[in-house]
Each structure stands twice: as C-alpha cells, then as structure tokens.
Design a protein. Structure first.
Length: 402
C-alpha cells in the first residue's frame, strides 16, 4: 500500500505535517474529512522522481487558468450545475489544456469525488489556495460566489504581474542593446583601429592604450563572459534553493535601498488580498492564515505570517501582531485594526490591498522613469568615452612626419 506525505490543518487551525498509508489519495482525503482535517498540500518526499514524473506536470498556464476560472464562475452563476458547467467548458473551450482539465474534473466528479479533491490531485495547476477556497464553497453551498471571488483575485494578481512585465520591457531592451553595442565596439571596431595605429606607428595616448588592451581581452576571452555568467547563475540558483541561501537572499532583498520597500509592499498586498478573499469566502481566520503563508515568497515575511498565526491562536488581535512584526506597511496594519473594530476584516484587508497596489504601481512607474534616463546616461558615457579615446589617437595621426 503506498504512503502519502501531506500538510493539513485541523479544526483549530494547527498545522499538521505527516504521512499515512492508503489505497489512494482519494481514500486518504475521505479519511481527512471524517477526522476534521483540511488538506493544504501534498508533499513529495522523493523529490528526485519529480523530474521524471509527468503525473503532476503543470498543464494550465496562468492565462489559461484565469480563463477557466472565469468561465467556471460565470456558468455557475447562471444556475448550471457543476457537472454541466464542466461539460460546457470541455466542449466549447478553444484552449486544449482548458478542455482537457474540464474533462478530467468531470470524469472525477462522476466517479464520486468532490471537485476540490479532484483539483488537489493536480496541485501543479490548482494550488492550495485555489483548492481550499473551492472546498469551502462546496461545504457552505456557496461555490458560485466563491468562484467569483477567486476569479477577481486571480484577475487582479494577473493585472499586477502584466503591469510589471510591460513596464520593464523598454528599459530591458535599452540596457540589452547598450551592452551588446559596447561588446561589438570593443570586439570588432577598436581592434581595426588598433591595427591602423600599429601600421602607422602612432604613439597613442594612455586612454587609447588602455582601451586597446581591454579590446584585446574582450576579443580573446569573450567566451568567459557567457561561460562564467552561466556557471555563476547555476551556482547561485542552487545555493538560493537551500534554506540558508534563500534566507540570505530574502534578507538582502528586504534591505536593498528602494527595492526593499517595494518588495514589502508587494508581499503585503498579496498577503492581505489572499487573506481577505479567504475570509470573505467563509474560511475561518486560523485556517486562512495557515493557507495564506504558502503563497508568500519572501522567507522573512512568511516567518512573520507564521508568528501571526501562532499569536492569533493564542487569542491576540491580528492587527497588533502585524504591527509587532515590523515588516508590514502601516496602511495594512491600520486596515486590519479598523476591520477588527467594525467586524469587517475581510473587506478592510481587500481595501488595504487595493491601496497598496496603487502605491506599488506608482512606485514602479517612478523607478522605471528614472531607470530609462539613467541607462541612457551610463551607456552614453561608456560609448562616448570609447569614441573620444579613439578620436584622440586619430587626431595624433596628423602629427606623423612623412
């Protein structure tokens, strides 16, 4: 009988990590429900097998998952049953991955599985947040409303991601073209002039000699840059996957001038929006905190969320504990406090997230507006310095005695 490793939370919100033998994941999920446990995620102890296994391969891209969720919410809201909704999506979706996913879920439903349990078997597509919100909707009989909230949450997250990517395209192209131009000049143009100067016996200035030496190094050792860069990338990637490396990286990121505050605001926005959405969907606060820590990327902020969970379980107010952590912006703490006082913490957390998202977009626009002229200035100085060094040597040709 196979053994499955899992992370779950009990009715008091306590996190449980363990393993159990069962005929299948579905049988183990049924056992969880009978004991009042809620699955957070499956844990794969044999990580080495994951690389070769396709059973948990990601099939839905973010865009496809958003489209599936939107169609699912709209059809459920129009009064269709879950089974009929999946049937319509499977037959009408132009995206093959969406149609295949809908058919898979429909087949599992007809086998007697709950929708959330079927989704949990594809954790690469449906994360713990998604699965647990669907499970709450099923248990409370409010699945259409929960799916609508989930679609709105995903849409806002996708809009923020697209804004960051689209805003970064022009500066990225500008910097890339500048770097390539410098390498082309140093690797091809400068050596041509160096040969001319040698043939004419010109006594070139110091700046030009330095430039020619650098050009020779670039021409002879250009392969060191991609090879060394690739080796460094692989090393850092592996190092940052370790607990110690990830801790150092996240600490460094939060202490970085300008970007540290931006990262805090982005992680806090994700935290407050997810927590607010879960609470409004009917998830108890302690269980919501157990789920939401899984979507926090920065380890320091995730540790802060774990501290919040433990303190709230002991009876402390969430706003007080958030303020004690020292990593959450004041607006998030204030909104949580107002929500506790008015009994509408879910709504206030979402409002705090919206305010943070506006600040994030403004901050990103400001940074990028400064990055563009800074990149142009730096590249102009580098290329201008190269041109001036070469022109100085060229003007020296006039002094040659023929």
């Amino acid at each position: 009988m196979p053994r499955f490793h899992y992370e779950a939370v009990d009715k008091d919100g306590r996190r449980i990590v363990g393993s159990a033998e069962a005929p299948s994941k579905e049988a183990l999920l049924a056992s969880f429900r009978s004991h009042g446990l809620v699955l957070v995620k499956w844990l794969d102890q044999a990580r080495g097998r994951r690389f070769f296994s396709s059973s948990n391969k990601k099939r839905l891209k973010n865009k496809s998952l958003l489209a599936f969720t939107r169609d699912f919410a709209q059809l459920l809201g129009s009064g269709l049953s879950v089974d009929r909704t999946l049937d319509v999506i499977a037959s009408s979706a132009s995206d093959k991955s969406i149609a295949e996913t809908a058919k898979f879920l429909k087949d599992r439903l007809r086998q007697g599985q709950a929708l959330s349990d079927a989704m949990s078997t594809r954790s690469a597509d449906f994360n713990s947040l998604y699965v647990n919100m669907v499970r709450v909707g099923e248990m409370g009989g409010v699945l259409p409303q929960v799916m609508s909230k989930l679609e709105e949450f995903m849409r806002r997250s996708e809009d923020t991601r697209r804004f960051i990517i689209s805003s970064s395209i022009y500066p990225s192209i500008l910097i890339s073209v500048g770097i390539i131009s410098v390498f082309v000049i140093m690797g091809f143009v400068v050596p041509k002039f160096a040969g001319i100067f040698n043939d004419l016996g010109v006594d070139v200035p110091l700046s030009t000699r330095i430039l020619i030496t650098l050009s020779e190094i670039v021409k002879a050792w250009w392969w060191v840059v991609p090879a060394g860069g690739g080796a460094l990338f692989v090393f850092l990637q592996r190092f940052f996957k370790t607990a110690k490396g990830r801790q150092r990286l996240d600490t460094l990121m939060l202490k970085t001038p300008l970007f540290g505050q931006l990262i805090k605001e982005m992680e806090t926005s994700r935290f407050t929006r997810t927590l607010g959405t879960l609470i409004l969907s009917g998830v108890p606060l302690l269980k919501a905190l157990s789920i939401v820590k899984e979507i926090i990327g920065n380890q320091l902020i995730r540790k802060a969320v774990e501290n919040i969970h433990e303190s709230v379980r002991e009876g402390k107010r969430i706003s007080v504990v958030m303020g004690e952590q020292g990593v959450f912006p004041a607006i998030a703490v204030e909104m949580a406090a107002v929500g506790e006082e008015t009994g509408s913490i879910g709504e206030m957390l979402l409002k705090g997230s919206e305010e943070l998202e506006r600040k994030i977009q403004t901050r990103i626009k400001t940074y990028l507006s400064l990055l563009e002229p800074a990149a142009i200035l730096v590249m102009g100085i580098i290329i201008g310095g190269i041109v001036i060094s070469m022109l100085t040597a060229i003007f020296g040709i006039n002094e040659i005695q023929f």
